[in-house]
Ligand binder design. Sequence first.
Ligand SMILES: Cc1cc2nc3c(=O)[nH]c(=O)nc-3n(C[C@H](O)[C@H](O)[C@H](O)COP(=O)(O)OP(=O)(O)OC[C@H]3O[C@@H](n4cnc5c(N)ncnc54)[C@H](O)[C@@H]3O)c2cc1C
Length: 523
Amino acid sequence: MKREDMIRAVRGRHEPWDIVVIGGGATGLGTAVDAGGRGYDVALFEGADFANGTSSRSTKLVHGGVRYLQQGNVSLVMEALKERGLLRQNAPHLVSDLAFIVPSFEWWESPFYGIGLKVYDMLAGRYGFGRSKVLSREQVIEEIPSIRTDGLRGGTRYFDGQFDDARLAMNLATTAFKQGATVVNHAPVVGLMKDDSGQLVGVRVRDKEGGGEFEVLSRVVINATGPFVDGVRRMDRADAEPVIAPSQGVHLVLDRGFIPGDSAIMVPHTDDGRVMFAIPWHDVAVVGTTDTPIDEVSLEPRALEEEIVFILETANRYLARPAGRSDVKSVFAGIRPLVKAGAGDDTAALSREHTILIDPDSGLMTVAGGKWTTYRRMAEDVVDQAILLGDLEQRECVTKDLPIHGHHMNAERFGRLSYYGADAPRIEQLVAGDPSLGLLVHPDLPLTRGEVLWFCRSEMARTVDDVLARRSRCLLFDARAAVGAAPEVARIMKDELGRDDAWAAAQVEAFESIAEGYVLGGG
Ligand SMILES: Cc1cc2nc3c(=O)[nH]c(=O)nc-3n(C[C@H](O)[C@H](O)[C@H](O)COP(=O)(O)OP(=O)(O)OC[C@H]3O[C@@H](n4cnc5c(N)ncnc54)[C@H](O)[C@@H]3O)c2cc1C
């Protein structure tokens, strides 16, 4: 998978594609996999990097959504639980079961949550991940050794799924490519092309690396830009009403010592009426999230001070050893692409969680909402609609049983490289050929020189941020260490990609400015 080949393929093609997808997050990549799998000619353009937006900033859960169950939204929960099961089946190297403990400090909590979570088990049916159970105080302490024991009565354990969001996005990009799609990163769509009747006939794309703009013809254009869909809708018509009510969610990354076991803590009702999680993930603990309405959407949203304080205060009610600012290794924020109530009035809204809009004049399709867990289902709905809109030959969706690139049933045997799944032996081989490639890029980060090369050669990594934030998750593991690793990563990439010293220096500078938003001051 080489970016140069992708650019050549899209620049060199003069007949229309069946489908062009704008945006390379969960929604856009899922759509490219689905459309490619059905045999359509599909090209995807991502303005920054794959999963650069919300799709690398989630809570990392593949879940039915206990919160939706609290709201009584049973059909939504059932759909998500089914998708959870399919995702574990199709990407077992990236999706695993995780036990969640709901601690009880009041007498009524264990019976109350115990019953609710039994319903959650039942709704999963044959896609279940394990049975929920009411636990004694001692059992809770055994599962969560770091929990505050003062006033603890017991708890309830249930099972859900966990994954690595950006890694899944990379594997979906490769899957799309293997299904015949052309996927290009660092190539924003900057304009839409219309015929004399105002009907969309293609997009204008900027090549951020090679420079210049080019036109791409297509029968159907799908706007899958998440929180940014309104920007693309305004390219279509300047007076388009916004459909997104953006809200940001923040997570803090703490040392794994704060959640040392294999189970997560789930708090079903925080002071602002949300659920909060503290989750063991790789070698760190991820705690969050918040829900703060925002006015402007940006690719690098910053956590607000009150969000950080709220997360620390809430977490510390449940932790025996309170976490302080100096314990925070990284802080990251993502924007929910929530669709405003009523925005789907003139649309083919196919599920209550995601919305598909089709502009009656231009035919621009916009898809927004949903969650990572249901990306496959969203993509299926979108492509079904695109077939009707573009008058494409009817073909059935194939993604229910389509293995995602890297699929491996026993990836644990690759140890730290397990999340590469079937690619792990190829990375091992690369390092075996040159032992210096086994050296770490930074003493505090689990990333070798060989992996950096692999990302450039096989996963279209083009910038230091691509490597440190999404191909590897170093920026989330330890933001300060990631800054320390940037010069070494830039040096390796410079040689591999045929760049010069000025490029490497600019890359380090650009990464430092991004990473600034992930380092928590005042420790
Ligand atoms: C805090 C938080 C926690 C979450 N936790 C979970 C969870 O645990 N489990 C779960 O299932 N879901 C979770 N979600 C939801 C899930 O992350 C999102 O629904 C999903 O990632 C949205 O994907 P997307 O592709 O629609 O948007 P994005 O991932 O934002 O992708 C849109 C892409 O479009 C690109 N783009 C923008 N403009 C252009 C242009 N002009 N040309 C080309 N490309 C462009 C952007 O660069 C971006 O990469 C969470 C969301 C948030 C905010």
